[in-house]
Design a protein around this ligand. Structure first.
Ligand SMILES: [Zn+2]
Length: 247
């Protein structure tokens, strides 16, 4: 680590649980951020600021005026641009020393699996079950840790799936989910900082995973009701009938 890096990350290196060794792990890590919307925005910005060495950004959408209320990585000048290009611009302005790669195509199951090569952790910031289930399946197959988050209205949830054999996966939560349960921010609305709260927790869990410190949200689902500002945490178990993680 050079002097610039020691200064830039000094407030993090100061933490005995991180130290120079932990910061070096972050600099050597690769994180795939799926979705550069309300959740992916704070996740990618905090991971870039904290010095995660390589961020891979995946999103096939373009920046729209209605995104700006909560997707804080994008600017008015980015409207009409691809979200990954817009996000990359902000991240490089924030920290020019990290590597940022982009995937702007809709990923097939195979492409998704290929993109996990060399990835230490995946963050799910997508907004629909089809994408979340596909990301989960690829993470389970490659045993890549997944930090999952969702937010709608005044509500949010976040969890960590280590995807080591015997542990619950994201699909275990939704063994009986059908399409009718699908709700999106575009149809139901969301209060701007609620995605920021959940995304910030996702970023925190990623940094803990990468530096192997603290107690993670593994096998726990943290639920936020921002309307009453109450938190709840429920234990997760592997679904014995799960078609994805049960071998
Ligand atoms: Zn499962």
């Amino acid at each position: 680590m050079n002097d610039d890096q020691l200064l830039r990350y000094s407030r993090q290196i100061m933490l005995p649980q991180i130290d120079v060794a932990g910061q070096q792990k972050l600099l050597d890590s690769t994180v795939l951020v799926m979705g550069l919307g309300g959740l992916g925005s704070p996740v990618a910005m905090y991971l870039a600021a904290a010095g995660v060495g390589h961020l891979i950004l995946a999103d096939f959408d373009q920046v729209d005026m209605s995104n700006l209320q909560r997707q804080i990585i994008h600017r008015e000048s980015n409207i009409g641009e691809s979200k990954v290009a817009s996000a990359k611009q902000t991240l490089h302005a924030l920290n020019s020393s990290i590597k940022v790669s982009t995937l702007s195509e809709k990923l097939s199951a195979q492409a998704l699996e290929d993109s996990l090569q060399g990835v230490d952790c995946v963050v799910d910031g997508t907004d629909n079950f089809a994408a979340r289930f596909a990301i989960n399946a690829a993470c389970v197959r490659s045993q890549t840790p997944l930090v999952s988050g969702a937010a709608i209205r005044f509500e949010g949830q976040v969890s960590v799936f280590s995807n080591i054999p015997g542990s619950p996966c994201y699909q275990c939560l939704y063994s009986d989910t059908n399409e009718e349960l699908e709700q999106t921010c575009s149809e139901n609305g969301v209060l701007a900082p609620v995605v920021g709260i959940i995304g910030s927790i996702q970023a925190t869990e990623v940094l803990k995973l990468l530096t192997e410190t603290g107690r993670s949200l593994q096998s726990r689902l943290l639920l936020l009701d921002a309307y009453t500002m109450e938190w709840r945490s429920i234990k997760l178990k592997q679904d014995p009938a799960c078609a994805i993680c049960k071998i």
